[in-house]
Design a binder for this molecule. Structure first.
Ligand code: NAD
Length: 281
């Protein structure tokens, strides 16, 4: 189970990565450098986080060779469409100060609530990603926050199948149906907010399992996701926690523990629904 996951396009994605949402410029540079020097190889950012420049600086400061890294960034929803996507990608690449991106994701789908011709908008955006991939500036292309209702029409017109779907996934909200659909389609699921941004801490089931394994609740959440064969990208700006979150390979959750965590009732949900959110573009 250890080692990277093979994507449906032949590239490999590390199972444990590092998130950067809400990291400010200063935190972004320092935390990315710390993460890379602690052994993380996957860094997740997005145009929307407004920290791509800092992430790029952190990458450079780490002195880890580029070919060892797996860098993800995302296309914000205001830039959906063929020409806009190509332009936004070029800007992201420039801010990151990189020659290519390992994984580029459509951050949120155009949906029926916000777009009159949402299927076409998603399809044209995807075509831009496919073209950028054939030009060589993106290795793998994927989506984020897509439900089957958004993926199905996309896959009908796609030349290249989506490699990854990054979705909210943590104890108390793990979108089992979306996950199963993706796995059946050979699409790797990546978990965002694997710790529910801290909202899941304190749950008695997680605390009990943590105590038994002499691990933190954060490590239990991450290990539970890892054992679901889902990529994790926890975020922290604290060096000790950055290291702690990576240290999940020296223990295993039993089948019973996995089931008990699976069965935790809904909690910690961000409230962001791909078919509704945001209210208006
Ligand atoms: P997260 O679940 O990773 O939680 C992060 C917060 O948990 C930190 O700010 C910190 O306060 C706390 N924390 C981290 N490690 C801890 C530890 N060991 N002990 C105690 N507290 C700890 O939340 P996130 O940042 O929302 O998600 C992770 C990454 O996923 C993001 O940084 C971003 O890269 C990505 N993301 C993507 C989307 C999307 O729409 N695609 C949405 C949200 C986040």
């Amino acid at each position: 189970m250890q080692g990277p996951i093979l994507l449906n396009d032949g590239h490999k994605i590390p199972r444990i990565g590092f998130g950067t949402y809400k990291a400010t410029d200063e935190e972004g540079v320092a935390s990315v450098k710390t993460a890379l020097q602690s052994g993380y190889r996957l860094i997740d950012t997005a145009a929307k986080y407004e920290n791509e420049k800092a992430v790029g600086e952190g990458i450079k400061a780490s002195e880890v060779p580029r070919e060892e890294l797996f860098i993800t960034t995302k296309l914000w929803r205001e830039n959906l469409g063929y020409a806009q996507a190509k332009k936004a990608f070029a800007e992201s690449l420039k801010r990151l100060n990189l020659k290519y991106i390992d994984l580029y994701l459509i951050h949120w789908p155009a949906n029926a609530k916000n777009h009159t011709n949402w299927q076409k908008t998603n399809a044209e955006t995807w075509r831009a990603l496919e073209d950028l991939q054939s030009e060589g500036t993106i290795k793998s292309i994927g989506v984020s926050n897509f439900w089957p209702e958004h993926l199905e029409p996309l896959l009908e017109t796609a030349r290249v199948k989506t490699a990854v779907n990054q979705i909210e996934f943590h104890p108390g909200y793990w979108q089992q149906a979306v996950t199963e659909y993706c796995k059946a389609q050979d699409i790797v699921v990546e978990s965002w907010s694997p710790l529910g941004q801290g909202r899941v801490f304190g749950h008695p089931v997680l605390e009990k399992v943590a105590k038994k394994h002499n691990k933190s609740v954060a490590q239990i959440c991450l290990r539970w996701i890892y054992q679901h064969d889902v990529v994790v990208i926890p975020k922290s700006t604290t060096p000790e926690r950055i290291k702690e979150n990576k240290n999940i390979l020296d223990f295993e959750l039993s089948v019973d523990e996995m089931r008990t965590i699976n069965e935790i009732p809904k909690m910690g949900f961000s409230g962001e629904l791909p078919n509704e959110w945001p209210d208006k573009v």
